[in-house]
Ligand binder design. Structure first.
Ligand code: 5GP
Length: 126
């Protein structure tokens, strides 16, 4: 399976610096910034700097270094937001939408970190 990456997608443009973002965290492989339409008091988007369309593309083609860095960034961001249950925080939710049924809006792999309030049940009906 070959993945087709659209390098004009909004997150590619953020990575190139063509449009601004509210940066939360950055490493060699990963960038995190606040969602422009937050769904919770904390709503951070974590994206790899590499050109990956979605979670399965990232799992298949990213290097071990990219995957480790991405995963550790999520943990560090949750810690810095004070929402990590292991450190007494109230918790959070990670979401990644993939493809049509996942209702993925931006075709560059990203994980949503949501927290700062009780988030309710995982899925609304319909
Ligand atoms: P998806 O539905 O693809 O999982 O989520 C895409 C997310 O990107 C949405 O939550 C949307 O609010 C966010 N988003 C879309 N355009 C921009 C933008 O230009 N800047 C930022 N920071 N977030 C964006």
């Amino acid at each position: 399976m070959a993945y087709s990456y659209d390098n004009q997608n909004i997150f590619a443009r953020i990575l190139r610096g063509d449009i601004p973002c509210s940066k939360v965290h950055e490493t060699a492989h990963t960038l995190a910034f606040n969602d422009i339409r937050p769904q919770a008091p904390h709503h951070v988007l974590v994206i790899p700097k590499g050109a990956y369309v979605n979670a399965d593309h990232f799992a298949r083609d990213a290097s071990d270094a990219e995957i480790v860095d991405f995963t550790r960034c999520i943990g560090e961001i949750c810690q810095s937001l004070g929402i990590t249950p292991g450190d007494g925080g109230a918790g959070y939710r990670l979401i990644t939408n993939s493809g049509d049924d996942g209702v993925q809006e931006v075709p560059h792999y990203h994980v949503h970190i949501l927290g700062g309030r009780v988030l309710g049940r995982m899925l609304a009906k319909g």
